[in-house]
Design a protein around this ligand. Structure first.
Ligand SMILES: NC(=O)c1ccc[n+]([C@@H]2O[C@H](COP(=O)([O-])OP(=O)(O)OC[C@H]3O[C@@H](n4cnc5c(N)ncnc54)[C@H](OP(=O)(O)O)[C@@H]3O)[C@@H](O)[C@H]2O)c1
Length: 294
């Protein structure tokens, strides 16, 4: 596993960096632009944003100012529940393109498996065929939703990726296997669970980190990469960006992978879409779209 490549080939042949940079909750546009500039300078070539993050304009500005060839940068954005349905997603996609100030988006995701995402997918498929988006995917799809979606004959283009909550406290091995069997890349959002439950001070992770002369964050990212899971950690601090990016020069042993496997709490720590209260919260956002913990 020490020969992990930096990129992974999606099911349509498009190459995507395995390690990217997320900008959720960086809604101060100046700070976001600075963070993305710093991330690009550090070496990140995948930026993960979303319409609901309210920072696509800052992401686009940083990309344009970076001087890096657009083709070298992989940009992901997402349509949220209030943007589901054929017409709404058409408008949402164009709005994202405009805010980003880009000609195309690399990967466009259905953010949540709610609302008329079949209608959305038809619109997304049209953009895909027009070359305005290089790959299509989903996010927060549970096994039944993803399988139904993949097997449905109305779906012309199979999702290339499912972006879901994955970290040492919620490891989802069976779901990852299912996604891989379906040719769908699993990508971990909140790879550190935003530091919740003492993630960064966990004694098992700390012990492993010490053994390799690495940080807990680096061990977590490396663990996911070795399981075939792509990662998009977020930080607004350049030293942490660099730390999170330096995960290619070591490999965790099978024994240490097992020790991390034992940390699994087997339930979501951030978003549990099976809970009615959570579905209410998501739809509350539709009625009052202000930034919350989505
Ligand atoms: N599809 C979805 O529904 C969904 C949901 C959530 C997130 N996401 C995506 O996934 C990305 C990552 O998730 P996330 O931002 O929620 O959380 P995360 O990456 O798990 O954690 C980010 C937190 O960890 C801190 N941190 C980062 N690197 C660190 C390090 N090396 N040492 C110590 N602390 C460190 C950051 O602090 P500082 O910034 O202060 O350094 C921040 O508070 C998001 O930005 C977004 O792009 C998608």
């Amino acid at each position: 596993m020490s020969e992990l490549t930096n990129t992974i080939k999606l099911n349509n042949g498009v190459e995507m960096p395995r390690l990217g940079f997320g900008v959720f909750q960086v809604d101060d546009l100046k700070l976001c632009e600075q963070a993305v500039s710093d991330a690009l300078a550090t070496g990140y070539r995948l930026i993960d944003t979303a319409a609901t993050y309210n920072n696509e304009a800052a992401v686009g500005a940083a990309i344009r100012k970076s001087g890096i060839d657009r083709k070298e940068i992989f940009v992901t954005s997402k349509a949220f529940i209030h943007q589901m349905g054929y017409e709404r997603t058409k408008a949402a996609f164009n709005e994202s393109l405009e805010k980003l100030g880009l000609d195309y988006i690399d990967l466009y995701l259905v953010h949540m498996p709610f609302g008329d995402y079949y209608g959305s997918w038809r619109a997304m498929t049209e953009f895909y065929k027009e070359g305005k988006v290089r790959a299509l995917g989903v996010s927060n799809f549970l096994p039944d939703r993803i399988l139904d979606f993949c097997l449905n004959r109305d779906i012309e283009v199979k999702p290339a990726l499912n972006q879901i909550e994955i970290h040492p406290f919620y490891q989802r091995p069976d779901e990852i296997k299912l996604l891989q069997e379906q040719g769908i890349v699993p990508q971990a959002w909140a790879p550190f669970a935003e530091g919740m439950n003492g993630m960064f001070t966990n004694h098992v992770l700390h012990g492993i980190a010490q053994k390799y002369g690495k940080s807990v964050a680096q061990v977590i990212l490396r663990w996911n990469l070795q399981r075939g899971v792509c990662v998009i950690p977020k930080s607004v601090h350049q030293n942490r960006m660099a730390e999170n990016f330096a995960v290619w020069d070591f490999a965790l042993s099978a024994e240490d992978m097992q020790a991390i496997a034992a940390l699994d709490l087997k339930r979501p720590q951030m978003v549990d879409t099976l809970k009615p209260s959570e579905v209410h919260r998501l739809y509350d956002y539709v009625n009052n779209p202000v930034l919350t913990s989505l």
